[in-house]
Design a protein around this ligand. Structure first.
Ligand SMILES: *Cc1c(COP(=O)(O)O)cnc(C)c1O
Length: 420
């Protein structure tokens, strides 16, 4: 049965999160029809706009350097704790906000490897996000380690069987994404973590596409380390700092390679020798990025207020609608759904593939339907429950249908793509 516009309007009317949309800056752009890329760059909260203005005139503009001792110094851990509680299932004292995901991943991987001396293999997913794979390759090159690449299904993700086949007594660390950036497949974090632990390995999870979109239970799943970015579903702003989780039981023995004064135990004592700060603060290196951190603080506050379970429920309803409309409207035009069909296996976006996806994506963006293209042939439809509505998504999908029907590639191209 086709999903009608009335169905979508009814879901909007019943949506307990509908009013959150008003808490975000309204775009000054009447060519924008629907923003379906909040999984790459979330929209700005109005509260962030106000807080940044207040920072300029108050904390920075008037209090000047005194603000460091009036609160700024504590923000990495304070915002980390708030994030841990609202979205990560992490008790206080295990999350800090710092650097970028790439840099945090480097530090945590090096720290995790140092906890497994004598083991010389890292296991990861060939289809993980490029920066993750580059960081792994760089570390392997630097330390002379072997990388075992899991050839996961790009339309799904790493399974327990695939991980089990690579684990052995040399495995030091397993690093994977919780939600796959291509397919939105949700990896079974508890099972994969337990499997790694059975072989004496540690886990480093990338939560970029999970945080603020689906509930994460870092403490309960036994995850050792995790990183993630804040500018996607957390709406913290372009280049806002990332976060790092170090399980409490690992903190005393954890050492990361970028020894900076802000991760030291007494930054303003100006002593010669580095001594790591107690607890998770030792992940830090340089001066905390206060302007970006304000975006994280406000994004986390919105997620906490909305509740991650309500966000997840709406996210599942949105992706379910997109999958049903794609089945009815797009599959007949040669489009394939390259995301899991089971809602509980699927994160916050739906990936659609066709051989001419790059051209189709550009036409959609030009028409004001903002999705993104991921090579070789994927269009990601990102659904951000705090800012995305059902009817606007329905209308956007109808435009996708019209373009897909008009631009259908020649049969031969399609057949080649099916083979690839
Ligand atoms: C978005 C994303 C990143 C981004 O890393 P940056 O260092 O913030 O550029 C990394 N990994 C994954 C899985 C992502 O989705």
């Amino acid at each position: 049965m086709t999903f009608s516009l009335d169905d979508a309007l009814r879901l909007d009317a019943q949506d307990p999160l509908a009013l959150f949309r008003d808490r975000f800056v309204t775009p000054d752009d009447d060519t924008l029809i629907t923003y379906l890329d909040g999984n790459s760059l979330g929209r700005p909260p109005k509260a962030t706009q106000e807080r940044l203005n207040a920072l300029l005139t108050g904390e920075w503009g008037s209090r000047l350097i005194r603000s460091w001792s009036e609160g700024w110094m504590d923000l990495p851990e304070q915002v980390g704790d708030a994030l841990g509680e609202a979205a990560l299932g992490a008790a206080p004292g295990q999350v800090v906000v710092a650097d970028s995901t790439s840099v945090c991943l480097y530090k945590l991987l090096r720290g995790a490897l140092a906890l497994r001396p004598g083991r010389n293999e890292i296991i990861t997913d060939r289809h993980n996000f490029p920066t993750d794979n580059y960081v792994v390759q760089g570390i392997a090159d630097e330390l002379g380690l072997t990388v075992r690449w899991i050839e996961s299904d790009p339309g799904a993700g790493v399974t327990a069987e695939e991980l089990a086949a690579e684990l052995n007594e040399n495995t030091a660390v397993v690093t994977l994404s919780h939600v796959a950036y291509r397919s939105a497949w949700i990896a079974d974090m508890p099972a994969l973590t337990a499997l790694a632990h059975q072989h004496g390995a540690l886990t480093v999870w990338d939560l970029c596409h999970s945080v603020g979109s689906i509930p994460v239970q870092l403490d309960a799943t036994g995850a050792d380390f995790a990183v993630g970015c804040t500018y996607k579903f957390l709406n913290a702003g372009p280049g806002a700092p990332a976060f790092a989780y170090v399980r409490a039981s690992h903190q005393d023995s954890f050492r990361q390679p970028v020894w900076g004064w802000m991760g030291g135990d007494t930054p303003f004592a100006m002593q010669h020798a580095y001594r790591p700060a107690p607890g998770v603060r030792r992940v830090l290196s340089g001066t905390p990025p206060i302007t970006g951190m304000i975006g994280v603080q406000e994004g986390v506050a919105l997620v906490a207020e909305a509740g991650i379970d309500r966000i997840r429920a709406k996210g599942m309803a949105l992706t379910d609608m997109v999958v049903r409309l794609a089945d009815d409207w797009l599959v007949p035009h040669g489009v394939r759904i390259a995301s899991p069909r089971e809602p509980d296996r699927r994160g916050g976006h739906v990936t659609l593939t066709r051989a001419d996806a790059e051209q189709l994506a550009q036409r959609l963006i030009d028409a004001g339907v903002i999705i993104d293209f991921r090579p070789p042939d994927g269009i990601r439809v990102g659904l951000s429950p705090l800012t995305t509505g059902f009817a606007e998504t329905w209308r956007a999908m109808r435009i996708v249908r019209d373009f897909a029907a008009a631009d259908r590639p020649a049969q031969s191209t399609l057949a080649e793509a099916d083979v690839a």
